[in-house]
Ligand binder design. Structure first.
Ligand code: ARG
Length: 256
């Protein structure tokens, strides 16, 4: 067999691969179309969740205010947390807003905008003796798959077992039903869960780590990231962000 047919085969394979990877839409492309497509999870109250069939939450409000500043229409997509950043790479949507912490690892695969809030992972338990990282030694801990909570619990020495759940609400359920000793989640998510279930006996513990939370766009889509950053700065300057933050948290949760 000469090298020619092999080369032809390789070229065909390469062409097939490139065909699968669509090109990210620049801000100009989106502007021309008039509509931006944003993906979120919809299972992470009070940031992004469903009230019946209606997608709502702080991040939904913030994204809608930013998109209005950009003079665009918005189409929402709701998907499993694990699918969100991967879909950016396949250009199935233009942006993701789902409480992603900015990490080095993720920044290799996507481009982050400026953070829209600052928070961190906290320990939630029913046993008041489980409050800080050292108290997790010998304990079973629940976390959502693919999150910074999982990454940070993994780093702790002595944790007996980490149980992973595709949704954070299931990680919470595992604590409520006593299948785990502690749940690690976002501090504001934890606060709302504790307040919403006064009879549940869950208590807020210490921060395990802190993080800056941002939207993401396809890796290198700087035209879109720049416009999103401008829009975020604009709603933070004109009081819109402060109003939304007050509405959802009764405090201003922007990064200081
Ligand atoms: N802040 C955490 C992270 O960066 C959790 C995000 C979870 N978001 C969600 N929509 N469930 O991984």
């Amino acid at each position: 067999m000469s090298t020619r047919p092999i080369l032809a085969l390789l070229l065909a394979a390469a062409a097939a691969l490139t065909a699968g990877a669509a090109q990210a839409r620049s801000f100009d492309d989106i502007k021309k179309d008039g509509k931006i497509i944003i993906a979120t999870e919809g299972q992470f109250a009070p940031f992004n969740y469903f009230q019946g069939t209606k997608l709502t939450g702080f991040e939904v409000d913030v994204a809608e205010a930013m998109v209005a500043k950009m003079g665009l229409k918005l189409e929402w997509k709701a998907l499993g947390f694990d699918a969100l950043l991967a879909g950016l790479r396949q250009d199935r949507w233009d942006m993701v807003i789902a409480s992603h912490g900015i990490t080095e690892e993720r920044a290799k695969a996507v481009t982050f905008t400026e953070p829209h809030y600052c928070s961190g992972g906290v320990i939630v338990a029913k046993d008041p003796a489980i409050k800080s990282a050292k108290d997790l030694a010998g304990k079973v801990v629940s976390v959502q798959t693919g999150t910074t909570y999982l990454e940070n619990v993994k780093k702790l020495a002595g944790v007996k077992e980490m149980k992973n759940f595709p949704q954070d609400t299931d990680a919470r359920g595992a604590l409520m039903t006593g299948r785990v000793d502690a749940w690690v989640t976002d501090r504001f998510v934890a606060k709302q869960a504790v307040d919403a279930n006064p009879a549940g006996g869950m208590k807020l513990g210490d921060f395990l780590f802190i993080e800056r939370i941002a939207s993401a766009v396809s890796k290198g889509n700087t035209s879109l990231a720049t416009e999103l950053n401008k829009a975020l700065a604009a709603i933070q300057a004109d009081g819109t962000y402060a109003t939304l933050s007050k509405k959802w948290f009764n405090e201003d949760i922007r990064c200081k």
